[in-house]
Each structure stands twice: as C-alpha cells, then as structure tokens.
Ligand binder design. Structure first.
Ligand code: UT7
Length: 320
C-alpha cells in the first residue's frame, strides 16, 4: 500500500498587508519588494494564534479526507513558531481536534519542515506504526521578525497548511532529505539565553537574521540537485512531472530552479505574491490550493521541494 494524501486544507489569517502598507512604517517600496521577491501581499495575524491557524487548516484537511479525528494515529506539526515550547503544537492541536488516539510531536526543520514531517509520517505508516496521520506546516513568523529590519520583515507571512495521510493505491514514491549545520548561521533566530543560578548570559537578538544572498545561492544550487537526484533514483523522466511545488521564498529562486532544470516555469505553481514566505507552511498551503482548484488528477506525478533554515532541504515525489 502506498501512503496517499487523502485530504488537504489551509488557513491564512484574515489581516492582509500590502507592500504599500509596509512602506508606511519603514523605508521600503512596493517596487523594491515585488521586483526582488515577487511578493505583493502577506497575511499577518492580528488575532489568531499559531494553534488556531493550525486548527483551521487541520480541520479543513480532515473534512476533505473524510477521516474522523479519533481515527488519526499520528500528528506531526512542522513549525519554528509554536505558541509554547511545551505542550507542543501537535499536542495543543490534538486537544482542539479531539484526536484522542494520536501520538503527537513537532518537527523543526524551518522551511523544509513540511517535507520532513510528511516523510516521517510516511515512514510510520509504511512501518505499520500508524494507519492515518495528520501532518502540517504552521507559522506565525510575524512574531519572530524584527519589524525595524526591512531586509527580513518584508519577506515573510503567517499561515498553515495540512494534509491527511493514509493507505491507498497511489501516493508517496520516494523522498530525499538533507542538512548542513555548518552553514546554519545564514538563517538564524536565537533561543533563550543561558540564565540560571550559575550563569547570566546576555540575551541574544531573538529575531530572524538572514544572510539573504548566501541562502539564495544555497537554494538555487541545492534544490535542482536534490530534484535531479530524486528523479534519477526513481528512474522517472523530468517530463513526467506535472508540477514542481517549491517552497515559496522568492520568485527569482523558483525561476532559477526552473531554468536549471530546463522545465517550463508554468509547471511551477506559485502563490508567493499573495502569501509571501510562510516557511514550513508554504508548500502545504500551495498544495491545498492546487487540490481545491481541481488541478491535481489521480495518478499525476508531482514533486514537492523545501529548503531553508538549518540549513535543510528535501524533496518528495508523489503520485497523486
Ligand atoms: O525561506 C528561507 C529561505 N530564504 C530565502 O530563500 C531568501 C533568499 N534571499 C533572497 O530572497 C534575497 O537575497 C533577498 C530578497 C532577501 C534580498 O535581495 P538582494 O537582491 O540579495 O538584496 P540585498 O540584500 O543585496 O540588498 C540590496 C539593497 C541594499 O542596499 P544597498 O546596500 O545596496 O544600498 C539593502 O539595504 O537593498 C536594500 N534593501 C531594501 N531596500 C528597500 C534591503 N531590504 C530592503 C527593503 N526595501 N525591504
């Protein structure tokens, strides 16, 4: 039995913020942001918590899958912006959904998080440890941005996407994941300082700091390489792939990947102009949109690929 995506769902906070809106608060412009990144709008929560955003996406995925919450055996949330360090996002979500039989834990792999969560759930299912799993990417990145740093804060947005996995005829064919901790500082958000009876460390800057050009170079090299490896291993021609659903970080990264792979850009669906970079949530949000629009037919081959903080990267080949 394959691991099939039985249903998808997504949620974006109601508050929509344009580039011009941001230009009222900082020295930036719609022209700079849209020409460098493709971003025009982002959703920034002014009321929904990460757990609420996750809940709306998860409830929608469950509804579309037809699977009851109590039949979910496993919940894996990918996030770098949980509401609490403990309980985990997945445990909070379990309670909200009434998924009383699920084992719940979170995964931190930044923008590759959804791919890592999906692959982990896939392995649980293939090992017979779970029958139905709920995986999601959820972020309230606006809470970890320095809103005085125009080089990062204009790039990100909030949101969540989810998928219910279960046994079926079609589904996940193969995947690749990778990490390079030696370049982790290129995309950094520090945690708490060491403060206890014996140490009184100064708090580091608690906001996202990014060497944008280093991450850009990493992405345009690593993503095509990883997709080519996956195709080679699966003995599938690149022409058989209907869509490449990439992490939505920058339209120029996606264009560069398409060029390097010599694939028409039309095969790279995008929503970055409306959502900006939502880290682990970007791939499942886009996937849910494609699903909702009826663009995915049974048997279509698609590749999802994420990359970002860690540094981490990954790709998964799915027969829909
Ligand atoms: O999801 C995680 C993965 N993240 C990514 O994939 C991000 C990858 N990197 C990128 O997308 C790009 O590197 C950025 C969009 C972040 C930046 O684009 P860039 O072409 O590399 O710009 P830059 O950082 O070299 O900045 C160019 C100029 C600078 O001014 P000077 O020094 O040339 O005078 C910046 O100060 O643009 C300035 N600048 C801005 N100007 C207006 C930086 N941010 C802004 C801004 N508005 N928001």
């Amino acid at each position: 039995m394959a691991t099939t995506i039985l249903g998808t769902g997504s949620y974006l906070p109601e508050n929509i913020v344009s580039n011009d809106d941001l230009a009222k608060y900082m020295d930036t412009s719609d022209e700079w942001i849209s020409s460098r990144t493709g971003i025009r709008f982002r959703h920034i929560s002014n009321k929904e918590t990460a757990a609420e955003i996750a809940y709306y996406a998860a409830a929608s995925a469950l509804k579309h899958s037809g699977i009851l919450a109590e039949n979910i055996d496993l919940i894996i949330a990918a996030t770098i912006t949980p509401d609490c360090l403990t309980p985990s996002m997945s445990c909070i979500l379990q309670e909200k959904l009434g998924a009383v039989n699920a084992v719940c834990f979170d995964i931190n792999a930044a923008c590759s998080g959804f791919i890592f969560a999906m692959n982990t759930a896939h392995m649980y299912l293939q090992a017979g440890m779970a029958r139905y799993a709920l995986v999601l990417g959820v972020e309230v990145l606006s809470s970890i941005l320095d809103w005085t740093d125009r080089s990062t804060c204009v790039l990100f947005g909030d949101g969540a996407g989810a998928a219910v996995l279960g046994p079926g005829e079609y589904g996940i064919q193969d995947f690749i994941m990778g990490s390079d901790g030696s370049h982790g500082k290129a995309l950094l958000c520090s945690g708490r300082p060491l403060r206890n009876l014996y140490s009184n460390e100064e708090a580091a800057n608690p906001y996202v700091h990014m060497d944008g050009q280093a991450v850009f170079r990493f992405a345009v090299r690593q993503v095509p390489e990883c997709i080519e490896q996956l195709l080679k291993r699966s003995s599938i021609s690149i022409h058989e792939i209907k869509y490449f659903v990439l992490h939505q970080a920058n339209i120029r990264i996606i264009q560069s990947v398409a060029k390097r792979l010599q694939v028409n850009i039309e095969k790279f669906p995008m929503n970055i102009s409306e959502c900006a970079n939502t880290s682990s949530a970007s791939i499942p949000i886009l996937l849910a949109e494609l699903d909702k629009e009826g663009k995915l037919q049974r048997g279509d081959k698609i590749i999802l690929s994420g990359f970002g903080g860690g540094l981490t990267w990954g790709a998964v080949l799915i027969e829909w």
